[in-house]
Design a protein around this ligand. Structure first.
Ligand code: TXA
Ligand code: MG
Length: 339
């Protein structure tokens, strides 16, 4: 199959994409977080094509994207008062809420669960596309299962060329890490940290909201995953990545001692002068939004340069930094060296 790329904010491109979606095909679309692999969430055959293109395990549910609050009814059977409150504060935007699932959706979307993850994206191109398709769109990140999520159309092509008919190009995704996933079935709990922080959610609800422990630790053997995505290998570059938690001077000493062919550092902007290994950069120290925007591109770069071993500077674990740390920790298969 030939894979076309068209600019997203173009009326002809949107019509073409909407026609493909209505015919049960899969189209890659930009969102403010990462690119998504979209299909009609009410069409089982279309949703199965997403799983095929990604090589995604069938028991890992997809997020459903809507373009206005009227569409929520066809996706979620009920939306508790707290969900409505959060929608007012954070939608359109990078927050996914897990709610009881409505009947009209394809069963494959939520992998047989009785719940569904739903979000109203802030990206204008995504919203215009959903509106034109006229149906809610199921869309996981547009990468092959296990790879870093794509934040540019070129990343999408690298994984999806020949597998889908169309990529809508909206340039680089401004947020750069996937949406915050918050379960509102039972006690509110953050299942995946993102740009909307647990601090902000707690403030909006007027009560503290929990973080799932799998955010910063591997699931124990036999432990049930509240979010199926927690079980799977994620964001894994070919290189063996280790997070080094320390001050900058100790980091440099640690890495410089290990300088060798194939050894790289993942560090913050303007730190490379002190390192005796080549560096990949991901934003400034303490600027967690910039780190989020750059991280997935940096993980892909590790493969492009053929890095074998990478020592990574650690982001802090507050606010958006927790989302960055959570992704990097998975890229490092939970290897952390505390100095
Ligand atoms: O920012 C994003 O959320 C992007 C863009 C495209 O919107 N999408 C995305 O989708 O990251 P995906 O499929 O890569 O990640 C969805 C995550 C998975 O970890 C999945 O297990 C979890 O959300 N999830 C989806 N539905 C769920 C449900 N009903 N209950 C618990 N977890 C759910
Ligand atoms: Mg994903």
């Amino acid at each position: 199959m030939e894979t076309k790329i068209l600019p997203v904010l173009d009326a002809a491109a949107i019509s073409e994409a909407a026609a493909l979606l209505q015919a049960g095909q899969v189209v890659a679309m930009p969102t403010e977080t990462v690119y998504g692999l979209a299909a009609d969430a009410t069409n089982s055959a279309a949703v199965r094509r997403i799983f095929e293109a990604k090589g995604r395990p069938g028991d890992n549910p997809l997020i459903v994207h809507i373009c206005n609050m009227d569409m929520l009814e066809g996706v979620a059977r009920e939306a508790p008062a707290e969900a409505r409150k959060l929608a007012e504060v954070f939608w359109p935007g990078p927050l996914t809420m897990v709610l009881p699932k409505a009947r009209g959706l394809a069963a494959e979307v939520s992998a047989g669960l009785d719940t569904v993850g739903v979000r109203l994206p802030a990206h204008e191109g995504a919203r215009v596309l959903i509106e034109a398709a006229g149906v809610p769109l199921a869309a996981p990140s547009a990468n092959c299962s296990g790879s870093p999520s794509p934040t540019t159309a070129a990343h999408v092509l690298a994984d999806m060329k020949g597998k889908i008919p169309l990529v809508l190009d909206g340039g680089a995704c401004p947020v750069g890490v996937e949406s915050t996933v918050l379960s509102l079935v039972g006690e509110p709990v953050v299942l995946r940290p993102g740009f909307v922080t647990v601090e902000e959610i707690s403030e909006a609800l007027g009560r503290p909201v929990k973080l799932h422990e799998a955010i910063t630790a591997p699931l124990l053997q036999g432990q049930a995953a509240q979010s199926p995505g927690m079980k799977y290998k994620h964001y894994a570059p070919k290189a063996r990545v280790t997070i080094v938690e320390s001050g900058f001077e100790d980091f440099c000493a640690y890495v410089n001692k290990r300088a060798a062919e194939g050894v790289w550092a993942l560090c913050f902007e303007s730190e490379q002068g002190a390192l005796e290994v080549p560096c990949i950069l991901y934003g400034k120290e303490n600027d967690d939004a910039a780190q989020a925007a750059k991280l997935f591109g940096a993980l892909r770069q590790m493969d492009e340069v053929g890095a074998k071993t990478v020592y990574a500077r650690s982001p802090h674990q507050r606010g958006v930094g927790l989302a960055v740390y959570n992704r990097l920790l998975r890229a490092a298969a939970f290897r952390v060296e505390k100095l």
